[in-house]
Design a binder for this molecule. Sequence first.
Ligand code: NOJ
Length: 535
Amino acid sequence: MNSSPWWKEATIYQIYPRSFFDSNSDGEGDLPGITSKLDYVKSLGVDAIWLSPFYTSPNKDGGYDVANPRDVDPRFGNLEDARELITQAHKRDLRVIADIVPNHFSDQHEWFQAALKSKRGSKERERFHFYDANEDGTPPNNWISLFGGPSWTQVEDGQFYLHLFDSTQPDLNWENPEVNADFEKTLRFWIDLGVDGFRIDVAHGLIKEDVLTNHPDPQGLSNALRLDVAMDSEERNALLLTVPYFDRQGVHEIYRKWRKLFDSYTGREIMAVAEAWVHPPVNATRYVRADELHQVFNFDLLTAEFDSDVLFDVVERSISLNATVNALPTWALSNHDSPRVASRIGDEQARALALFVFGLPGSAYVFAGQELGLPDGQLQDSDRQDPTFFRTNGAIKGRDGARVPLPWSGDTTPFGFSTAKPWLPISQSWKDLTIENELADPKSSLHLYKNALELRKEFLVGAGGITWLESSQHGHKSDSLLSYSRGSITVVMNLSDSAKECDAAGKLIIVSGGTVDARDGKKVIPARSTAWFLT
Ligand code: NOJ
């Protein structure tokens, strides 16, 4: 395991439980399925797993609609299965991060059911955001849900409740002490069961202000807030500056209290990573001040083009902003909410970028299947399950493409994932991308990830900051190479479509694709490829 604290430069493997491995032949992945594959996870060279939600849920938003945050949904197993997963992970020196969803509950949670049965102004309604309709009967404001359609749904007595996401995900009222107390109970519940940390869903959303005020461009704002909607970055950033319901000061009070709770478990090093997509980027650093959370996701690489100026800016900004609060950045190329990196920027580019990122200081997150170079699944509209697809009448296809189950083995779909029909179809074209096939091919993406993570651990974890060697902004040697040195390693990425020479010294230890030749004392880096040199 890494040096203390364990999370600082950990590589964390995100598992979407429904899509990982099906142990009971119902077409959906489950907790025992994950436990049965922990040796594979360990063999990747990662330090921890982050499990997307597996709690009791009607599954209207892939489990991010939680009906009971302190129990396991029967589709995934039971609490004993969760305990066993954690025990087996720990036996292999793998830490476990649970995904907690404090911004909203499912409408099936007993609190919301009680609120529906209670009167306006009741203590049951006070746990959510219930408001009267405007005089003309319209909702309290014009906000549009991040999944499309209005952010408000009307109940029988005429009041509306706020839901930033699906109508089945009523937002909780964090001004209410009962909400605070209940979440502290949930955190303790999972820590006591053995988890080592939390990924905090919509961490920037808990406190709402100006709930009765309209927004000038609600639809634009809703699109800007979605990682799977392409938008010009200036337009996106301008809209992100206007969000009325994210990144309010009050959220930091909550995390200060949570930090005390985490730290009260002496000797456990409980960590938390915030899902907080905020603008301007400097605001993200507030979540990782010394008395708040440990990490905050950097979402920039999920949308950044494969371009040296863009990538230089993202990396430089993230490292330097985090340094102002003595924190290290996080790096993620894919997750369950965004198009898979191989589909978004191309296969070779995705490998090159992964190798570039694995050398950087901070924590690297890998979304299960990324190590195989999986593209997005090609789905028919009739396969789709993401609420966004339905709430936008199909205008936005949604995130199902990134959530197609993993291909494990064999020549025929569903490639060992399940003996039943999988919840999303796995294309027969993924035949060469199975774990079994990639393990047998030393040139596969899987081997690249395994080798890179081993080298990262050996030479880079704890090696301190980077020094830029080639970038258009630093020294202007080339506009197609980005290169830095860190410890004994020099990392060179060639972003162009032709091979490029560079001066990097040292012995080649890994390359993301192609072969590195030597010419006149220089190294020739293949097109769309990254190489590491050891001095
Ligand atoms: C962010 C999660 O990653 C996403 O999958 C979910 O739909 C929303 N938060 C709402 O919980």
